[in-house]
Design a binder for this molecule. Structure first.
Ligand code: PEP
Length: 256
């Protein structure tokens, strides 16, 4: 199965202005312990990436972008490209459910963004997951396969290890209703078997797969212990210092 090292990504969404983000980063760096077996990533507002990149201790934390445009440059008012983010961030979210559902981001968009991230040396975190209705209609596996096949269509087997997959059931994000560990394990199995189908057995084992959806310090260990889960994508709880540092400690315990 996948490597023991755990990846914890905190998604701050549209919260904290630049000053607040800087203060929170300062507190987080002071409070967190560094573990060689846990990579910790924060995903602040786009505005804060530049100032935080000057402040951040890169031995402790990495930066990620919440979104970007797939073209490298051009007449696209109001957008930021992966080329502009290059060197600033290590990771970038692609196809977060809030982008897919609030902004109509399509599977084709996710495919273009995965490509843009890779050609700009940024690790894309491809977020996939079913809606409540799709789960009720027993379409979860089909949705996961479609979003994977579509998002990874132009990725080579050499590149797939540079992609992170995050299983994020839409109905579990920001709702307090997290998926049961049993359902997460089943979904991760589907994801890895689709990766095997696309890229072979070795890649199915080595690709990094996360779970995200209403994770708290109390629930984190249950998910980190699941077979095939390499880490967590954490929204709301990543804005609470004690919760987030506690999740980092849970990841360290799970990696040992
Ligand atoms: C997310 O934003 O990806 C997320 C999982 O949010 P939350 O933890 O708040 O559900």
């Amino acid at each position: 199965m996948a490597a023991q090292k755990k990846l914890i990504i905190g998604n701050w969404k549209m919260n904290l202005n630049v000053q607040e983000a800087s203060t929170y980063l300062h507190k987080l760096e002071a409070a967190m312990k560094v573990h060689r077996d846990v990579t910790v990533v924060i995903t602040p507002t786009m505005l804060a990436l530049q100032p935080l990149s000057l402040q951040i201790n890169r031995h402790k934390l990495k930066l990620a972008a919440q979104n970007f445009h797939w073209r490298d440059f051009g007449a696209i008012t109001g957008e930021v490209s992966a080329t502009q983010l290059r060197g600033l961030v290590t990771y970038a979210l692609v196809g977060h459910s809030e982008r897919r559902h609030m902004f109509g981001e399509s599977t084709k968009d996710t495919r273009e963004k995965v490509q843009a991230a890779l050609r700009n040396h940024i690790t894309p975190v491809l977020c996939i997951g079913e809606t409540k209705a799709e789960r009720t209609n027993e379409e979860t596996n089909d949705v996961l396969r479609d979003q994977l096949v579509g998002g990874l269509a132009n990725v080579t087997s050499e590149e797939v290890d540079q992609v992170v997959i995050a299983y994020e059931p839409v109905w579990a994000i920001g709702t307090g209703n997290n998926a049961s560990p049993h359902d997460v394990e089943a979904a991760i199995l589907t994801i890895r078997s689709q990766i095997r189908h696309l890229f072979g057995r070795d890649k199915a084992a080595s690709v990094t797969v996360l779970y995200g959806g209403s994770i708290t310090a109390d629930s984190a260990a249950d998910y980190l212990a699941l077979r095939g889960v390499d880490g967590l994508l954490v929204g709301g709880a990543s804005l609470k210092l004690h919760e987030f540092t506690s999740i980092i400690e849970k990841a360290h315990s799970a990696a040992e």
